[in-house]
Ligand binder design. Structure first.
Ligand code: C2E
Ligand code: CA
Ligand code: CA
Ligand code: CA
Length: 278
């Protein structure tokens, strides 16, 4: 630092400089990753709790970094959103999910996929027409693809979000509301925005056995979903006790480590045979 007459006029913080440098490096790497196709879709099974059957999967992205190995999404999605790279990345993810769906449908496998969509992709980057074009070009049924959105999308631009939702669903795609209960969830949103499923955040599932409040909440959300013609997915299903309680509460679907963590495609193909008898 250099001191002027009135104190330091220039302040150099080595930690800040290092952070800025790391961020810059990450951004550069991310551009290369998109160009070179370093992303890998992982698949986490979605299980029909009432029937005890594998019905689909959520696509969760991983970055196979040439030096750092497998990087989890929380380490790069925020930067991708800030820099706008999420649009290219999101297109790649949808494209690979679509190709997988087309392959399954070609082979007569009746599974669907849900893909996480960032608020930054909506409504402009990811238009209903672009989705429609994708399904046509790759040859998969629109109903086999679900877009997972969060409440933040609904809040940031209410009219735009509603128009987007309606158009996407009119095209035959499904929409799931992710992390339900963690945002500014208000029951009025459910009345206003029609979605196909509510994914109850894992924070409400974790202590289901000991926390009566969480139980009441999951039960109430399931009842509300039923009355609106929606279904409920419990996230973070980690043990047999969770499954038992969720089934008893009439919860429709479950996803979590109890069934399987997110896995690469070849491992996912084995999962169907390993879903425990419910
Ligand atoms: P999310 O959409 O809420 O995904 C669920 C997260 O919970 C995943 O973390 C998953 O691995 C983890 N999980 C699944 N089952 C269990 C369980 O039983 N217990 C616990 N404790 N955790 C479980 P992951 O894969 O690290 O993804 C983190 C977040 O990154 C996702 O949260 C999602 O918001 C975002 N993300 C992942 N893939 C994509 C993508 O392709 N596009 C966008 N925009 N975001 C993505
Ligand atoms: Ca999700
Ligand atoms: Ca979630
Ligand atoms: Ca989340």
């Amino acid at each position: 630092a250099q001191a002027g007459p009135g104190g330091p006029i220039c302040f150099f913080d080595p930690d800040l400089a290092r952070l800025a440098q790391e961020r810059h490096q990450l951004e550069t790497d991310l551009r290369h990753a998109i160009r070179d196709g370093q992303f890998v879709p992982f698949f986490q099974p979605l299980v029909d709790l009432q029937r005890g059957a594998l019905v689909g999967a959520e696509v969760l992205i991983r970055w196979q970094h040439p030096q750092r190995g497998l990087v989890p999404p929380n380490a790069f999605i925020p930067l991708a959103e800030e820099t706008g790279l999420i649009n290219d990345m999101g297109r790649w993810i949808l494209e690979s999910a679509g190709r997988q769906l087309a392959a399954w449908q070609h082979a007569g496998r009746d599974l669907y996929l849900s893909v996480n969509v960032s608020a930054h992709q909506i409504p402009k980057g990811l238009t209903p027409d672009a989705l429609h074009e994708l399904a046509q070009r790759l040859g998969f049924a629109p109903a086999s693809l679900a877009l997972e959105i969060t409440e933040s999308i609904l809040i940031s631009d209410v009219d735009g979000a509603q128009a987007w939702l309606d158009a996407v669903r009119a095209r035959g795609f499904r929409v799931f509301l992710d992390d339900f209960g963690t945002g500014y969830s208000s029951l009025s949103y459910l009345k206003r925005f029609t979605v196909d499923r509510l994914k109850i955040d894992q924070g409400f599932i974790r202590d289901l056995a000991t926390n009566a409040g969480d139980r009441a909440l999951v039960e109430a959300v399931t009842a509300i979903a039923d009355s609106f013609g929606m279904q409920v997915v419990a996230e973070g299903v980690e043990d047999a006790e969770h499954v038992r309680r969720l089934r008893a509460m009439g919860c429709h679907y479950g996803q979590g480590y109890f069934f399987s963590p997110p896995v690469p495609l070849d491992a996912f193909s084995e999962v169907g045979r390993r879903i425990p008898e419910l």
